[in-house]
Write a protein that binds this ligand. Structure first.
Ligand code: MF3
Ligand code: CO
Length: 289
């Protein structure tokens, strides 16, 4: 069905189509005809939706700030889970992981050689020298946000500290590539090259995702992708950047006993930071970090 030029725009801005997304749609079509993977309108968030995701992201950030202020050696990951549940709900949100596809807790806590999706437990105690990823996701008024940070517990050795720093810096490197009408592959390739230059590897099977109205939306976001490939980034697209960086080989396995925990095959440490990012008219906006 074709929209008339004087009809209201599909993005619900209230403007006429010709004053709003008409040129945008023409450009999108040109790119599609050139063979690029372009997002469907359903993936392009309206102003109101962006505002909703932004507010959700503010809660997510506040929860991670709270964890940052309290995390310490001797604490169990169950206590982190309780902090996340308490803080998120106090702020009016719901922890998105809780009951997500049967996930039993409010947050993922992944220590050392654990890559991601670590289930908090009262049996897991943080000890001096550990590195841990705390991955929080919030639903607020139906809008989803997702971000994670690494924490160094007590005295962490230089090797692991550097892994954590490179993983953090890789997010910056990726964000530098987030501009409208560039491809997600430009971003993924930049991260991959940067990580490889430090002698580390990037997990292939698990990546980022579109987010906002659902926890995980299209597109899948890879960090081993190629320039000029993968989905076109256009204003209104919202997705996560969350590369998992392994000190050793990229190989991983899933813990069969709980069906969630992901570990490095070689037992070497892994680090990950995650941001939720919104592609704007001239670059990007971080909605959660
Ligand atoms: N926060 C994770 C992500 O980045 C979500 C893990 S799903 C869960 O996609 F159920 F394990 F929480
Ligand atoms: Co995510």
């Amino acid at each position: 069905m074709k929209i008339g030029r004087n009809d209201p725009c599909w993005c619900k801005s209230g403007l006429k189509y010709k004053k709003c997304h008409e040129l945008f749609d023409e450009k999108l079509l040109e790119y599609r005809n050139k063979g690029f993977l372009v997002p469907d309108h359903s993936l392009i968030k309206t102003k109101e939706q962006i505002e909703g995701i932004r507010k959700s992201g503010e809660v997510n950030k506040a929860v991670l700030d709270y964890v940052a202020a309290h995390i310490c050696p001797g604490m169990t990951t169950e206590e982190i889970d309780q902090m996340v549940y308490k803080k998120t709900t106090e702020l009016g949100g719901i922890p998105a992981p809780l009951n997500f596809e049967g996930y039993p807790k409010s947050v993922c806590t992944s220590i050392n050689e654990q890559v991601c999706h670590g289930i908090p437990s009262s049996d897991i105690v943080l000890k001096d020298g550990d590195i841990i990823n705390v991955d929080c996701s919030t639903i607020l008024n139906g809008y989803f946000s997702d971000s994670s940070r690494m924490f160094c517990i007590g005295n962490v050795n230089e090797e692991k500290k550097k892994l954590v720093e490179v993983a953090k810096e890789s997010i910056r490197i990726g964000l530098n590539e987030v501009k409208p009408w560039k491809c997600l592959g430009d971003m993924g390739a930049a991260i991959h090259e940067f990580v490889k230059s430090h002698g580390y590897s990037v997990v292939r099977e698990i990546g980022g995702h579109g987010i906002g109205l659902e926890f995980h939306e299209d597109p899948f976001v890879s960090y081993v992708s190629r320039r000029g490939e993968e989905m076109l980034m256009v204003p209104g697209l919202v997705f996560t950047i969350e590369p998992m960086i392994n000190m050793g080989s990229e190989e991983i396995y899933i813990d069969e006993s709980d069906g969630w925990g992901v570990y490095t095959e070689d037992g070497q440490p892994s680090a990950q930071w995650e941001v939720t990012v919104h592609v704007t008219d001239d670059g990007y906006e971080i909605l959660a970090d």
